[in-house]
Ligand binder design. Structure first.
Ligand SMILES: Cc1cc2nc3c(=O)[nH]c(=O)nc-3n(C[C@H](O)[C@H](O)[C@H](O)COP(=O)(O)OP(=O)(O)OC[C@H]3O[C@@H](n4cnc5c(N)ncnc54)[C@H](O)[C@@H]3O)c2cc1C
Length: 404
């Protein structure tokens, strides 16, 4: 039953991207190219991800080999210019990649987003030529997986108050402290990590560093046993007199916090896309089920209560998609995007939780079991309202931008 359902979902209800309806300008995507990338990712996800989704989820398997394969397709360096071994694409393409992955598996979508936007994106945006040449080709090809460490056990939303320190001694920085909730903290080959080099609580008191796996004093701690996104590895990072060369500093000393905020401006577009993909996956499953499930001698989609749920879900999905495309368009143009990426992330993540919840309602009791996909969408969607800044923090950012 379960397998049949998964297989039949694949070939039905695949909505066309609404990108075609988006106003065209000099920064508009190449629609033909976009469709090609979208169908390539869709095919990959159906073939290499969907058959394993529940096994990876139940057993918390982080499928490293899948990321190598994604690397071969250019999906581990979507935004990285070709000169550094990347695909050299823009945010429209990137959004579609994450959406297509998340429609099938939120965990894979999350890991690809974190790798591309956070670790790789930080080095791409703030690294010097030597640093970009050293790390980007390995990250963009998927040979290496990247992690990004800002959050600590006691400083999540309040990241500026971080405890981890980096002290310059001769030509090395000595790093001490720990980071929590780090995606790919164990399997990552390299991490971009922020640490205090100045006054606590000062935006100029934080710097960002690249730290390779195997550096003495750098290790990982416990792996989190999570509600959702269970195939995306989340662990603690530990720094115990970890000594790294001075040339691993990204940008200027004291520039790390502002860099991190800029990295998150882009990252939030990818978390919004992740939420959108999860919502689309849940919606497609719900539409299909509502046409098949009969009660009182007719498909439940005949009941207005169910049809109106679908109408609300579809409307909110498209609203989120337009917010995401707006943010992607601004990002492609290099314009300020803080407010729009927060709006997209806030709206899309709350929408995904709502859509996944309604999808379970449409499935009734079956939706509450692991034989059907919607319970996983529901569990995965919740992360989107927390990671890369909670919904409450997004509202702080949006209102700050409005009132500035
Ligand atoms: C699966 C997963 C993967 C992650 N991956 C990474 C990663 O790769 N790298 C990384 O650095 N971090 C990562 N994180 C951390 C994530 O970014 C933080 O969990 C998030 O920023 C929230 O921090 P916190 O968990 O400490 O919650 P807290 O900051 O303790 O917040 C608790 C609650 O208080 C609210 N709150 C806090 N401050 C305010 C305020 N001023 N006003 C109103 N409400 C407030 C919050 O909105 C929330 O509801 C990940 C987290 C998860 C769950």
């Amino acid at each position: 039953m379960q397998l049949f359902f998964w297989q039949s979902v694949i070939h039905t209800n695949q909505p066309k991207t609404i990108m075609a309806a988006y106003p065209t300008d000099a920064h508009s995507p190449d629609l033909e190219g976009l469709q090609l990338i979208t169908s390539m990712v869709r095919d990959f996800a159906e073939k290499h991800i969907r058959p394993h989704v529940m096994d990876w989820d139940e057993n918390q398997i982080f499928p490293v080999d899948t990321f190598k394969k994604l690397g071969e397709l250019g999906l581990m360096g979507v935004l990285v210019p070709e000169q550094y071994g990347g695909a050299g694409l823009g945010y429209f393409e990137y959004v579609n990649v994450i959406v297509e992955l998340a429609k099938v598996c939120g965990s894979i979508g999350l890991s690809v987003a974190a790798h591309n936007s956070l670790c790789t994106g930080h080095i791409l945006t703030f690294g010097n030529e030597n640093q970009k040449n050293k790390w980007l080709p390995k990250l963009a090809s998927g040979e290496w997986i990247g992690a990004w460490g800002l959050t600590e056990a006691n400083t999540g939303s309040d990241a500026l108050n971080m405890n981890t320190t980096a002290v310059l001694q001769d030509e090395h920085y000595i790093i001490n402290g720990s980071k929590n909730w780090i995606t790919h903290g164990k399997s990552g080959n390299v991490a971009v990590v922020t640490a205090r080099t100045g006054e606590r609580g000062s935006a100029s008191g934080v710097s960002a560093f690249v730290i390779e796996k195997g550096t003495p004093g750098f290790s990982h701690g416990k792996k989190e046993n999570k509600l959702g996104m269970r195939a995306s590895e989340t662990t603690e990072l530990i720094f115990d007199n970890c000594k790294i060369p001075r040339e691993n500093l990204l940008g200027q000393e004291g520039g790390g916090f502002r860099q991190a905020m800029k990295v998150l401006d882009g990252g939030r577009i990818s978390i919004a896309a992740l939420a959108l993909g999860i919502a689309k996956g849940a919606f497609q499953a719900a539409v299909k089920y509502s046409k098949e499930r009969k009660q009182f001698g007719q498909p439940i989609s005949n009941f207005q209560a169910i049809a109106f749920k679908l109408a609300d879900m579809a409307t909110e999905i498209e609203a989120a998609e337009l917010l995401i495309l707006n943010a992607a368009s601004l990002k492609n143009r290099g314009e300020p995007v803080t407010k729009q990426s927060s709006m997209a992330k806030y709206y899309a993540s709350e929408m995904a939780v709502k859509v996944a919840t309604e999808a379970i309602q449409i499935f009734g009791g079956y939706g509450y079991t692991k034989d059907f996909p919607v319970e996983k969408y529901f569990r995965d969607a919740k992360l989107c309202t927390i990671g890369e800044g909670t919904s409450e923090i997004q509202k702080i950012i949006i209102s700050r931008e409005i009132l500035r």
